[in-house]
Design a protein around this ligand. Structure first.
Ligand code: SIN
Length: 482
């Protein structure tokens, strides 16, 4: 397949204040597979942001009054349209950020599942009756939309990280202004187009790409009318936005960095554990917040496990992400590749050995890699990698494994493989992480209804299921005297 400039799936105009707009300036979106531009997208400004907020204020007045069952029906049509356009969406995501096409097809299902869940749940948003201490009073709660939401989303799941935010927001009766990642704005624009086709009213979901995030975000952070910030991205940017959001006391959801440990105990099914590590580590070329980043293996089985992992990793096909047979594609950009190379170099200099991979193939393609004999001070054991590199470190006792696993500022996801039921519970409870996979390397797969989010420096709040919906609802107490 050839990558075309302005391929039929690409989208370049921003959508705000009721219209598709070309923008006074544009910026290029690059396909990481070939480093060719695929189109030039509207580069929105702070003035555009202010117009979008004004338009959102008006849209909110009407949308919050729409019957929740009707909101659910529009969401349902949005979901169905995603499936009608599954191939275009998958191709677009692959063009924008280089994830293999088999994975982006899966992402269409994953992203649509959040919409489906919220479509069904919209009509169940309600309140409670509260017994009052005075006979002459009646008490109730009412669940009401938080209001205008500013969403900032990442490139690693160009559709899934949008629908995981937009679906609950829209189901709750909120309106959203979305700033997609500059690497993957076109998927966001395509989703906005489908939302409008589904019957979503004007300005309930506005999408404004920009190449100058700090200047563009400033009006949202300062504006009292914007009542919620939802962000997925780095801990550094999340912290900055959190501070800014404090000035207007916005509700905040932050899904930030991770540094997931994967513990393999000596009683584990090693073949199965290694397959799960491959799934967790190498999907999306390791560019997933819940990707395994550190693999701790009990010493008695460390050598055998490493051999299996090396064999499975060596079979992964690194190549053109638009081809069906590709298992691992390029990483998204040069800065990401530089970080991966720096971590691998640092580990090798401290005495590590690559049992497979360890080098760049070409362009942004890094060979899937397994490292052994990794020194405890190595960068790769301390920082998120966001790349296809699996460092394996031996441990002796359960206590030591837990100490190593928890020795991180991050607390997003952790994994453990064991057939001992008692240990499984002990370990699940002791891991200081928001998501724990016991004998499960991809706990979020096919699960729009479960809570997703982190502890410590991995974030604030949860997405998915009723936890995710609650983030967009205010609880109002109504007391009525008779
Ligand atoms: C993420 O990288 O944060 C999303 C991963 C997932 O939903 O599985």
């Amino acid at each position: 397949m050839t990558v075309l400039l302005n391929d039929p799936v690409t989208r370049t105009q921003a959508y705000f204040d009721g219209e598709w707009r070309a923008g006074a300036r544009t910026f290029e979106v690059i396909h990481p597979g070939t480093l060719e531009p695929i189109g030039a997208v509207a580069d929105c400004t702070a003035d555009d942001a202010r117009r979008a907020i004004d338009a959102a204020e008006e849209a909110l007045r009407a949308w919050r009054q729409v019957n929740p069952y009707q909101r659910g029906q529009i969401l349902r049509r949005w979901h169905d349209l995603m499936f009608e356009h599954k191939e275009e969406l998958a191709r677009l995501m692959t063009l924008e950020m280089g994830k293999p096409i088999t994975e982006t097809r899966g992402e269409v299902h994953y992203a649509a599942s959040f919409i489906e869940w919220c479509a069904e749940e919209a009509g169940r948003i309600s309140g409670e009756r509260i017994s009052m201490r005075q006979n002459r009073k009646r008490g109730f709660t009412n669940a009401e939309p938080v209001g205008i939401v500013y969403a900032v989303t990442p490139w690693n799941f160009p559709a899934g990280m949008i629908t995981r935010k937009a679906a609950p927001a829209l189901a709750a009766g909120c309106v959203m202004i979305l700033k997609p990642a500059e690497q993957s704005p076109m998927t966001a624009l395509y989703l906005a187009e489908l939302w409008l086709q589904a019957g979503g009213p004007a300005n309930t979901l506005q999408v404004l790409p920009t190449n100058d995030a700090p200047a563009f975000s400033a009006p949202f952070m300062a504006d009292e009318r914007v009542r919620k910030l939802t962000f997925t991205g780095s801990t550094a940017v999340g912290r900055l936005l959190y501070t800014q959001a404090a000035q207007t006391l916005k509700r905040v959801s932050l899904e930030l960095g991770g540094h997931a440990p994967f513990l393999v105990f000596e009683d584990a099914d090693l073949e199965k554990a290694a397959r799960e590590v491959v799934g967790s580590k190498f999907r999306n070329a390791g560019q997933t917040c819940i990707s395994t980043n550190r693999i701790y293996v009990q010493r008695a089985v460390a050598e055998e496990f490493t051999a299996i992992l090396t064999r499975l990793t060596g079979k992964l096909v690194l190549g053109d992400p638009l081809l069906d047979g590709t298992g691992v594609g390029p990483v998204v950009e040069q800065a990401g590749l530089d970080k991966i190379q720096a971590q691998v170099q640092d580990a090798l200099q401290r005495g590590a050995r690559a049992t497979v991979g360890g080098t760049v193939k070409e362009g942004l393609y890094f060979h899937p890699t397994v490292l052994t004999d990794v020194h405890p001070d190595s960068l790769i054991l301390r920082e998120e990698t966001f790349g296809p590199v699996a460092p394996v470190v031996p441990f002796d006792t359960e206590e030591e494994a837990l100490r190593l696993a928890n020795a991180s500022e991050y607390g997003l996801a952790a994994y453990a493989y064991t057939r001992d039921l008692g240990r499984a519970w002990r370990v699940a409870e002791a891991l200081e992480y928001g998501i724990v996979g016991i004998n499960d390397g991809v706990p979020s797969a096919g699960a729009p209804h479960v809570p997703f989010g982190g502890m410590k420096n991995s974030g604030v709040g949860r997405e998915g299921g009723h936890w995710g919906l609650d983030e967009y609802l205010e609880t109002k107490f109504i007391s009525m005297g008779l």
